[in-house]
Structure formats: structure tokens, C-alpha cells
Design a protein around this ligand. Sequence first.
Ligand code: ZN
Length: 222
Amino acid sequence: MNLIDFHVHSDSSDGLLSMRDLAKKAEDVGLDALVLTDHDYWSGSFDRNLTLMDCFSKEIGIPVIVGCEINTPSGEFLLFGKEAIDRWLSFRDQLSKIFTVAGCSNFWNAFRFDVLGSFLKDGIEKMGTPYAMIMCHPASADFYSKQPRSMFELIHGFEIVNRGIRSNPDTVRVLRKLMPWARKLSNSDAHDDEIGLSRNEVDIEGPVTEESLIEWLRRGKS
Ligand SMILES: [Zn+2]
């Protein structure tokens, strides 16, 4: 059994600790892998971060897996899979340019849940790009009841604990009904040294890698 916290920020976005310090801390608190989920506005340094992750993973001897916290008007999601993240960052940049040219000052207002759904379906799933996606810090039950159902088919898990705070039971009930397959996850959303404050028991046999984590998330049904 592997203990894994799927939601951690480094100083590559708005976290305070370096990846190296996080990798050491993850090992100190007994985690079996470090999963970094810096925000999507770190796109300029994505390649550099991947190189650093490899470096600290080898030095400290703990798998360091990349994720990305993506921000949408329908909430925040954790996206996993290097190629999927790379595609998301380009897609986001394109959308941003289109809306800027169209004179829309805040393109997020026009960016709806179904746009993210079509990105995942057409841009990711049809091309066979491996990915998994978790919904973080869920909003109200009422909010999710009004969202397009097709979107939920593309999500593999949702947080029920974030920064020590448990989601509203009504929201959890609605999300469970919308996504009976999805994993329920407890994550720290650490921005400092709270890494591992919440963690998940992950039954992966063999090494924890990006592929095995995605496979575990997609297997669902916890
Ligand atoms: Zn976060």
C-alpha cells in the first residue's frame, strides 16, 4: 500500500517550499511519492520543472510525479499526465488569445464547463492521450446539479478533504450520484510544509509512476 497526497504546491506557483524541500518533507512524513500540482499559470516553466523533478526524484529517492491544478469558472481540477497537461496549457493560451482579440476582458466568464469537456473528449481522449482528472475543493450541491452531465463522465475522482476541511455532505452525496465510479480523495493542498496532512491509501503494485497513478485513478470505484 502506498501513501500518497495528490495535491501539493511548490514555489513554482504559489507554494513556499522548493521542490527539493517538498521531496525531502514527503519522505520525512512517510509518503511513498510526491505529487506536485502547481497552478496552470506556471506554464512558462513547465519544461524546466520537469527536469528539476527528475533531478530531485533521483537525489532523494522518492518518485516525483507531475500534475497541474487547472482553473475554470466551474471550479479547479487536478490534471495528471505530462502530455495532457502540455495540451491543456496550449489550449488555455489559445483560448486566452481568442478572447483577448475579441475584446473580452475576462475570457473565463465565457469559458464554460462544456468547453473543458470538449477539450478533454476531442483533444485528449480521442487522441489516446493518457490522463486522469480530479475535482478539487467541491462547490455547492446546487452548483453541480446544474452542470452538464457529460462533463462528469470525464472526471475520475473528487476531493472530500482539502486542507483539513471536509466537503459539505450534501455536495458529496450529489457528486457521488453523478460519478458513482469516482475515487474520493483526501489531500493536503499544501502551500507550505503541510504536505501529507491528508493522504490516500493507494493500492498500486510495483513502482509509483505517472502511468500507474493515472491507471489507479481511472480504475475508480473506491
Ligand atoms: Zn491547490
